[in-house]
Design a protein around this ligand. Structure first.
Ligand code: OOG
Ligand code: NI
Length: 480
């Protein structure tokens, strides 16, 4: 018998991320600048902060880390892309509804495909934010537009049968032999290349009036990677350096404000990409060269994952910031600001955060707001146990017998995502709020995908609980 060596899913994923980056870098030169500046920022932060800089991931992981974004037009296309990503050990996590995310709204629902196992994440956390056009949402699409969209999307083939067959095999067998692995990577990368096929101008323009995102999905013959996002350790510094290079960033960093406390969840910012050459078919049948400006550059900084209670608090803080800026609730005189409507979202958010969140990472975890892995410090003295012989985690941490390592937030924020979508569009589009929208939730996406869309908070809290259970087993007593 001969044994063939399999190229395993983990390696396939790492190679996929690199192949997409090479293709995207060749297509979008500003991406290369962004990656260069990100690397420089990360190196400088690591030099300045030492080991502390790596609390939320090794410099190696962070430097290689990317997320991509793609958009598809139908349940069939979503199901197929789910099979492609499964080959790379990437599974659907999180349900994001961007149709009602605050002021901005985009006619898509989304999930992110990513590795789930902490060891896999540590090896290569490549993830792809994946949006599906909600063609059945009557607030955006009238019946004739919907029918034409459905027909248009049904007739195109984003993923070849050969690609899908190889992907299914890789997922089933945990990898592929070398030659098949190469072929899978070639076909999968190619599926996300910007198409050179002509775009029907009239149809594209019709959709663009409703939503530029709808036009980018249902007005073109293929999908493409929309952006590829590097991770930085200091997004404010990155923002400064990109601006210094003359690249106009969107107005603010999305998500939590910069503050003295730990990095929490996700902060993101972006810049509009340059116009890209595309060919169009005009009404008279002639084919002309034109340009579209739909792809953009984005960068992110990741922080600690929150528990359900932490996320509730976060959402309440976001609402408080909105209410204060809208003048619905007063600011606090002690902060020297009664007039929040004059201040930026980030400025108000900073005050709100300082009032409500513990500043030490361990306190966030011990308060049940954030997720961390606990571990016994070798040789440390244990504190006195409780009357029932159990240990309190707080007492163990206080005594220095246990340390808490933060669990990084691996997911996305719907409001930031909507903000990123929106700030890169020139036109708000149209939405008839009098009509009913189509119902979408994680269950409906799971049914479309034929696999369960996992819950980000459950994944992070389960990881934390496993570490508490292991500690409890080590100490042979319950931990409270
Ligand atoms: C996705 C926008 C959302 C993020 O990082 O929140 C996103 C898109 O533009 O297709 O990528
Ligand atoms: Ni993104």
């Amino acid at each position: 018998t001969t044994t063939t060596t399999l190229v395993r899913g983990t390696e396939l994923r790492a190679r996929f991320a690199v192949a997409l980056a090479e293709m995207y870098g060749a297509e979008v030169p500003a991406y290369t600048t962004l990656v260069e500046v990100s690397r420089a920022v990360n190196a400088d932060v690591a030099a300045a902060r030492g080991a502390d800089a790596e609390r939320l991931g090794s410099l190696e992981r962070v430097t290689a880390e990317r997320h991509g974004a793609i958009r598809v037009g139908s349940p069939r296309e979503l199901e197929q892309v789910g099979r492609v990503f499964a080959a790379f050990g990437m599974h659907p996590v999180g349900f994001y509804d961007l149709r009602d995310a605050s002021a901005s709204s985009v006619p898509v629902v989304s999930t992110a495909f990513r590795p789930v196992d902490p060891a896999e994440l540590a090896e290569n956390p490549f993830r792809v934010f994946t949006s599906m056009l909600a063609v059945d949402d009557a607030r955006f699409f009238d019946a004739p537009t919907r029918q034409r969209l459905e027909r248009f999307v049904e007739e195109r083939h984003l993923f070849s049968d050969e690609l899908l067959a190889l992907a299914d095999r890789a997922a089933a067998e945990g990898g592929l032999p070398t030659a098949e692995a190469d072929e899978l990577l070639r076909l999968a990368t190619d599926a996300f290349r910007l198409s050179t096929e002509p775009v029907d101008r009239a149809w594209y323009t019709h959709l663009e009036k409703i939503s530029a995102v709808a036009a980018d999905i249902g007005g073109v013959p293929a999908t493409h990677i929309n952006h590829l996002t590097p991770r930085v350790l200091d997004i404010d510094e990155l923002y400064r350096r990109m601006s210094e290079r003359g690249i106009t960033m969107i107005d603010e960093v999305q998500g939590p404000p910069a503050w003295e406390g730990p990095d929490v969840l996700l902060r993101q910012t972006s810049f509009r990409a340059l116009a890209e050459e595309r060919t169009f078919r005009e009404a008279d049948g002639s084919v002309v060269t034109g340009a579209l400006r739909v792809r953009f550059g984005e960068v992110e900084q990741r922080g600690i994952a929150l528990t359900a209670a932490g996320r509730d608090l976060y959402d309440r803080l976001v609402a408080e910031v909105d209410a204060r800026r809208a003048g619905l609730v007063p600011g606090h005189e002690s902060d020297g600001h009664e007039n929040d409507s004059q201040r930026t979202r980030v400025e108000v958010a900073l005050d709100v955060w300082r009032r409500h969140l513990p500043r030490a990472e361990a306190d966030l975890v011990l308060a049940g707001l954030a997720c961390g892995e606990v571990r016994l410090v070798e040789g440390a003295l244990l504190p006195a146990c409780e009357a029932d012989r159990s240990f309190s985690l707080a007492a163990l941490v206080e005594a220095g017998a246990v340390v808490v390592d933060p669990i990084v937030y691996e997911d996305f924020l719907p409001r930031s995502a909507a903000g990123i979508f929106q700030s890169n569009l020139t036109d708000a589009g149209t939405k008839d709020v009098e009509l009913d929208g189509a119902d979408y939730d994680a269950d409906r996406l799971s049914a479309i995908l034929g696999k369960t869309v996992l819950d980000p908070i459950e994944l992070a809290t389960a990881q934390m609980q496993r570490s508490v259970d292991a500690l409890s087993a080590q100490l042979k007593t319950p931990i409270t």
